[in-house]
Design a protein around this ligand. Structure first.
Ligand SMILES: NC(=O)c1ccc[n+]([C@@H]2O[C@H](COP(=O)([O-])OP(=O)(O)OC[C@H]3O[C@@H](n4cnc5c(N)ncnc54)[C@H](OP(=O)(O)O)[C@@H]3O)[C@@H](O)[C@H]2O)c1
Length: 252
C-alpha cells in the first residue's frame, strides 16, 4: 500500500532537484504523476525510466511562465487520468548570484516573478476548478526560508518566495470549504542544481555550513519527503501550514 495509491499528482519542475525526487517518490507511493518543466529530453527520459519500472508517469513539456502551458499541464493530467488530486508547485529559479537590487533589470524581475509566482497562480487557477468539482484536493507550494528571512544578495527571490508563502495561506483560507488543503514548504539550502551542491568542498560552502546546526546541505529526497507529507492524507488536518525544512538554517 502506497501513501498515494489512486491519486493523480501534477508536479512542476521535475527535470532536476527536489521536483525530480518528488516525482519518483510520489510514483513509488502509488500516484499517477504528471510532470512539467522545460527540458523535454530529460523529462521524456525520466518518463520512460519510470514507466520501465512499472510506475505511472506522464511528461508534458511546460514553461510555467506561460499561462497556456500551466493550463495545458493540468488539462493533460485530466485527459489522461480524469482528475487531479495533488498539485505540487515546485518549479523555480533564483538570482544566480549576488546582485544589487537597485541595479537589477526589469527583464530579470519579470522572469523571476513569472517563474516563481505567476506560474503558481496559473497552475492553481487551472487545477482548482477540477478540485472543486471532485470535492477536494491538496496543493503544495514550494517557497523557501528566503521567503521568511532575508536572502543575501537576492532581494527579488525572497520577495517572490514571501509572496508564495502568503498566497498559500490565502488560498488555504478561501478554499478549505471545498475540501482543498493548501500548504507551503520552505526548504533551506539543499543540494540541487540551484542549491549549494556544486559548492560543496569550497571555502565559501564550508563557511556557510559551519553556521548551520546540522552542518550540511539538505538532500532533494528529504525535501521530497516533506512534500509527500503535506500532499498526502498524513497531513489531512494541515492547511495553511508553512513547513520549514532547513536543518535549522532559520534559527542559526
Ligand atoms: N535548492 C535550494 O537550496 C532551495 C532552497 C529553498 C527553496 N528552493 C526552491 O525549491 C524549488 C526546487 O528547486 P531545486 O533546488 O530543486 O532547483 P533545480 O534543481 O534548479 O530545479 C528547478 C526546477 O524548476 C524547473 N523550472 C525552472 N524554470 C521553469 C519554467 N519556466 N517552467 C517550468 N519549470 C521550470 C527546472 O526545469 P527546467 O529548467 O527543465 O524548466 C527544474 O526542474 C524551487 O522553487 C526553489 O526556489 C530551493
Amino acid at each position: 500500500m502506497g501513501k498515494l495509491d489512486g491519486k493523480v499528482a501534477v508536479i512542476t519542475g521535475t527535470t532536476s532537484g527536489m521536483g525530480a525526487a518528488a516525482a519518483w517518490l510520489f510514483a513509488k507511493e502509488g500516484a499517477k504523476v504528471v510532470m512539467g518543466a522545460r527540458r523535454f529530453e530529460r523529462g521524456e527520459k525520466m518518463e520512460a525510466e519510470m514507466r520501465a519500472q512499472g510506475l505511472e508517469a506522464l511528461w508534458v513539456t511546460t514553461d510555467v511562465r506561460k499561462p497556456e502551458d500551466c493550463f495545458n499541464l493540468v488539462e493533460k493530467a485530466v485527459e489522461a487520468y480524469e482528475k487531479v488530486d495533488i498539485l505540487v508547485n515546485n518549479a523555480g529559479i533564483n538570482g544566480e548570484g549576488s546582485y544589487a537590487f537597485h541595479e537589477s533589470t526589469d527583464v530579470f524581475r519579470d522572469n523571476i516573478f513569472k517563474t516563481d509566482l505567476y506560474g503558481i497562480f496559473d497552475c492553481c487557477k487551472a487545477a482548482i476548478p477540477h478540485m472543486i468539482k471532485q470535492g477536494g484536493g491538496s496543493i503544495v507550494n514550494v517557497a523557501s526560508v528566503a521567503g521568511i528571512t532575508a536572502c543575501p544578495g537576492d532581494v527579488l527571490y525572497s520577495t517572490v518566495k514571501g509572496a508564495v508563502k502568503q498566497f498559500s495561506i490565502g488560498l488555504a483560507y478561501n478554499y478549505g470549504a471545498h475540501g482543498i488543503r493548501v500548504n507551503c514548504l520552505c526548504p533551506g539550502l539543499t543540494n540541487t542544481e540551484m542549491g549549494g551542491g556544486d559548492l560543496e568542498g569550497s571555502e565559501f560552502a564550508d563557511n556557510i555550513l559551519a553556521t548551520l546546526p546540522l552542518h550540511r546541505f539538505g538532500k532533494a529526497e528529504e525535501q521530497a519527503r516533506a512534500m509527500l507529507y503535506l500532499a498526502s492524507d498524513d497531513a489531512s488536518f494541515c492547511t495553511g501550514t508553512v513547513l520549514v525544512s532547513d536543518g535549522g538554517e532559520i534559527i542559526s
